[in-house]
Design a protein around this ligand. Structure first.
Ligand code: NAD
Length: 260
């Protein structure tokens, strides 16, 4: 990855974000972790990543639903690492309901965490990136940035919004050594998804294997979950100097889902 980099990964105390954080640390980046897990869990993670990779690991408990906290987290990372070179906007939540029954506060929370947080963090990190002539903004969107599914109006709207934000900021920063891209995973077996499998199996009276194949992976032609490590490898590549010409791209990693 070249000279030592400072990276912020939002929502990185679990799942995809944690995998990305570990992969960036393995490349020698100092890290700002962020997420809502307990102080005990977070302390353990920081210690483990520091021990494994010898990088500086910090933690921000900033709530991604609050724009001021998002901007303060970027400012804190900038002074800790002498700049944020890599920003991965990954924190995200989901809520499933038909639109007539979709609670307005759930809509507001999803738009704030899944879309507006990326606006605030990017706006705060870009001036430093432009001044240093290097930056990587990588937004973890979803196959739902490209196609829709019923009952996910807020999530699909927010993720489509992330695709638009990605393209716009890529154009605004293209001449400054800054790239802005979105990665669009299909289904990933994070703890969040894993926890739903036994319940769905019971509710539908089918096996857990059938839930994975016929419910979760129904739209995914490979019938394989996307792996956290695969997403982390793509993010690490996008963060590298070799990816300097990839910008404004909305890249599916979805086992063929959006090819249909
Ligand atoms: P996860 O629930 O395992 O992790 C989410 C992380 O975000 C956690 O660290 C959590 O603490 C943090 N978070 C949630 N709300 C927050 C808030 N208000 N402030 C700060 N942190 C907050 O989920 P995941 O599956 O790893 O998802 C990560 C991203 O990948 C999300 O943007 C999600 O939309 C996207 N994604 C996931 C899948 C999938 O199948 N798991 C597929 C496509 C896209």
């Amino acid at each position: 990855m070249g000279a030592r980099k400072g990276a912020v990964v939002t929502g990185s105390t679990s799942g995809i974000g944690l995998g990305i954080a570990r992969a960036l640390a393995a490349q020698g980046a100092d890290l700002m972790l962020n997420g809502l897990e307990t102080p005990g869990e977070v302390q353990e993670l920081c210690a483990e990543i520091t021990k494994d990779h010898g990088v500086e690991v910090r933690y921000s408990s900033a709530d991604m639903a609050d724009g001021e906290q998002v901007r303060a987290m970027i400012a804190e990372a900038e002074s800790a690492f002498e700049g944020v070179d890599i920003l991965v906007n990954n924190a995200g939540i989901q809520h499933v309901a038909e639109i007539e029954a979709f609670a307005p506060e759930k809509w507001d929370a999803i738009l704030a965490i899944n879309l507006s947080a990326a606006f605030h963090s990017t706006a705060a990190a870009l001036p430093g990136m432009k001044a240093r002539g290097f930056g990587r903004v990588i937004n973890i969107a979803s196959a739902h940035a490209l196609v829709a599914s019923p009952y996910k109006s807020a999530y699909v709207a927010a993720k489509h919004g992330v695709a638009g934000l990605t393209k716009t900021v890529a154009l605004e920063s293209a001449e400054h050594g800054v790239t802005v891209n979105a990665v669009c995973p299909g289904y990933v077996l994070t703890p969040l998804v894993e926890n739903q499998i036994p319940e769905t199996a019971r509710a539908r009276g089918i096996s857990e294997a059938a839930v994975k194949r016929d419910v979760l992976l129904a739209a995914q032609p490979t019938k394989q979950f996307v792996e956290v490590e695969q997403i982390a490898a793509l993010v690490t590549f996008l963060a590298s100097p070799a990816a300097a010409s990839i910008t404004g791209a909305v890249l599916p990693m979805d086992g063929g889902w959006t090819a249909q």
